[in-house]
Write a protein that binds this ligand. Structure first.
Ligand code: UDX
Length: 455
């Protein structure tokens, strides 16, 4: 089969240009490349510039404009989404129709599910199309229910949402949009639109695995042609020259070596890793409470504070933390950090990638969700998978330092902590089984390649 695959067409891959969207689709692409498929990633110039992957025969990156390089910055999210769609779709169509100086035998476009309009562009050119979901299946189901009018957004305060194959969800567990002053509900509409044309899509990929979300996945699979392909970051890359270090990082990973050196100097399960992903931002007051909570906990910690958040740290905090033997960096290689034996737990915003990475690497979580899917992911972490706790904010929405200390103690100590660690270990086994040869996700990808060959 490998030889046959080598002969066959190229797969065009279109990530949405955000870090949490690029990572899972890139890992999936690398795996397809390892199976002999040729990959062309189509994206903007900034993403291409941030690529640390050898652009060999199996993976190449082509750029088109999505309007982001224009001097005039969009004044609202609505304007940004409109411009992005207008510019990207126009330039994608042009790109596909232009003659190429290289072997352009494309048969399929895999696109981020938040760009459903790529489907028409693909089908108009007789290309097959696959939608790639970067959120959990459970959260995606909630967006579907909103589309169907079965879940009304904005939600009622007292609402408890009882939907088939999902746990009972209170308002605090539902996707949150409270950080937006968004009267037109643009972000929710954008996410609900993922379901606008799924009936016509040839394949739907979810970055999750069967045993993590089995019931809701079965339900979704009864409606659409779903294939679980995750956790994509754990898909083995041994058949290719590409590795975990071949990434596209929109942030500067200069602190990698410092992190590894620092982690190597620490005892097993002795540090707390703190990170809120690529977008979430904390209020100044919240940064202060977190900073003092971490210091009060007496644990060593590695805290990723993005450059744009740094000014919110209390004065002298960084030097105090460094004196205490802790480390603060602007960005790191997160999966490398989470795989390190020194890490005892992960204080996270519960973005879907961070959640999957923690589960797959067996690290318990302290959930400090900010918005969109993170609130629902943290509910699952605590009540469904039972691998962590969730912070409780005060009436002003601030998580106080004492609460931070309490949560750290709960996850790292006592019987409850022990149970969470044991559950995390079990999930780690299941996640890794899914991507190994014969596993559900690996098998789904094999099936997909065979189907693509026959189409
Ligand atoms: C967001 C949403 O929260 C997520 O749920 C959605 O599906 C995609 O967009 P983000 O907030 O950035 O993403 O969080 P997350 O999904 O956790 O993705 C962050 C990624 O950046 C992870 O893959 C993580 O490993 C990586 N990362 C983060 C680093 O490599 N280094 C860091 O220092 C921090």
């Amino acid at each position: 089969m490998e030889k046959e695959v080598m002969k066959m067409s190229r797969v065009l891959v279109i990530p949405y240009p955000g870090q949490g969207h690029i990572n899972p689709i890139l890992e999936f692409s690398k795996y397809l490349a390892s199976k002999g498929l040729k990959i062309t990633i189509i994206t903007n110039k900034t993403v291409k510039k941030s690529a640390q992957i050898p652009l060999n025969n199996s993976i190449q990156i082509e750029t088109i404009s999505d309007g982001s390089e224009q001097e005039k910055k969009p004044e609202s999210i609505e304007e940004y989404f409109k411009r992005f769609k207008r510019e990207f779709s126009k330039n994608l169509a042009k790109f596909l129709d232009e003659p190429k100086s290289w072997d352009f035998s494309a048969k399929l476009i895999v696109y981020d599910s938040t760009m459903p309009w790529v489907l028409d562009i693909a089908h108009q050119r007789s290309l097959l199309a696959a939608s790639f979901f970067t959120q959990s299946c459970s959260v995606s189901a909630l967006y579907y229910y909103v589309k169907k009018g079965l879940l009304k957004f904005p939600y009622e305060d007292s609402e408890v949402c009882n939907l088939p194959f999902l746990p009972a969800l209170e308002m605090k567990d539902l996707p949150s949009f409270s950080e937006f002053s968004d009267p037109k509900q643009i972000v929710m509409t954008h996410l609900v639109d993922q379901f606008s044309n799924l009936e016509e899509v040839d394949w739907i990929f979810f970055n999750t695995f069967d045993k993590l979300e089995n019931e809701i996945l079965d339900w979704m699979a009864s409606k659409w042609s779903i294939k679980t392909v995750g956790p994509t970051f754990a898909l083995p890359q041994k058949d290719t020259k590409l590795s975990k270090n071949h990434m596209i990082s929109l942030f500067d990973p200069i602190y990698n070596e410092a992190c590894t050196e620092w982690l190597n100097s620490k005892e097993t399960s002795s540090i707390i890793y703190v990170s809120f992903g690529s977008i979430a931002s904390l209020k100044k007051e919240q940064m202060e409470e977190l900073a003092y909570g971490l210091l009060m906990s007496n644990w060593d910690f590695l805290w990723v504070v993005r450059a744009s958040e740094e000014e919110k740290l209390p004065p002298n905090f960084t030097s105090l933390a460094l004196e205490r033997g802790c480390l603060i960096v602007n960005w790191c290689h997160q999966t490398e950090v989470l795989s390190h034996k020194a890490v005892a737990c992960f204080m996270s915003h519960c973005g879907w990638n961070s959640t999957l990475e923690a589960l797959t690497l067996g690290v318990p979580v302290i959930g400090m969700a900010r918005w969109v899917d993170q609130t629902t992911n943290s509910k699952f972490i605590v009540d469904v998978w039972r691998v962590g706790v969730r912070v409780k904010p005060n009436e002003n929405g601030i998580v106080e330092r004492e609460e931070i200390v309490k949560c750290i103690e709960k996850v790292t100590q006592g019987d409850e902590g022990k149970e969470m660690r044991s559950n995390a270990y079990k999930l780690k086994q299941l996640a890794n089984e899914a991507v190994e040869k014969g596993g559900t996700s690996a098998g789904n990808i094999e099936d997909f390649i065979s189907e693509l060959l026959c189409s």
